[in-house]
Ligand binder design. Structure first.
Ligand SMILES: [Zn+2]
Length: 241
């Protein structure tokens, strides 16, 4: 929203196929809101709500700075927000009003944006801890916190990839999953009903041992050194001589 001509946003909305996800980074920083107010006479999300017929295929990344009316109208539009707490924390952006947004039935998922962090569980707990710190309350996600958060992030996250399937595992669908061993010391004695919360609040990214991508097992050990080598070589190319 701060990077392009607003008429191009409308062109993209109106002229691209309407059966693909629409992602837009918006209202991330206070200065962006001030600039937008000066240029368009509206706040970024306020302008989008007034000019675009938002629905479930829209994904607003960050949407950090919202008025109460924007929070309510955005949640009720059916659009999704993509929260990137490690990036937003790293850049000092601010904290999304998640409690109010959830109370209005808002959809949300998580993203990595600047890639300062790549642990999905850490993103969720950072998101929760931010809410706890500003509200002085601990129950951001309700009684079954971890499961609620993982479900929300997965269902809305799939929509960001044009997958509208609300169930985790469906017969005949591609099997996508990440594998965490139950022998992990902090998980071994956790009851099944608390397992999702234990994973969300303790899991390190190194505990994701394998992933299934469209039914194919991808083992970490098998690929780790190749990926590591490529990563180091890639970053080296960006270093000043
Ligand atoms: Zn961004």
């Amino acid at each position: 929203m701060r990077g392009v001509d607003h008429r191009d946003i409308l062109r993209a909305v109106n002229e691209l196929p309407n059966d693909i996800p629409f992602h837009i980074h918006i209202s991330e920083q206070v200065k962006e809101v001030a600039d937008c107010l000066q240029f368009l006479g509206k706040r970024p999300v306020e302008w989008l709500l007034e000019n675009v017929d938002l629905n479930e295929r829209f994904h607003l990344v960050h949407a950090t700075h919202l008025t109460s009316a924007e929070t309510e109208n955005l949640a009720k539009s059916g659009a999704n927000v993509v929260l990137c707490p490690s990036t937003e924390g790293n850049l000092g952006d601010g904290i999304f009003p998640l409690r109010d947004y959830q109370n209005f039935g808002g959809n949300w998922s998580i993203g990595t944006d600047s890639h300062i962090g790549l642990n999905p569980f850490e993103e969720i707990r950072l998101l929760d801890y931010g809410q706890r710190l500003i509200s002085h309350k601990r129950n951001t996600f309700g009684a079954n916190g971890g499961l609620f958060a993982l479900t929300n992030a997965t269902v809305a996250g799939r929509r960001a990839m044009n997958n509208f399937e609300p169930e985790f595992f469906v017969t005949g669908a591609d099997f996508d999953a990440c594998v965490i061993y139950e022998e992990e010391q902090l998980l071994e004695n956790v009851s099944f009903e608390n397992l999702a919360s234990a994973i969300v609040y303790t899991a390190n990214v190194s505990q994701i041992n394998e992933t299934f991508v469209a039914g194919k097992l991808v083992e970490k050990d098998e690929n780790y050194w190749t990926i590591r080598e490529k990563f180091v070589a890639c970053v080296k190319r960006f270093r000043a001589p």
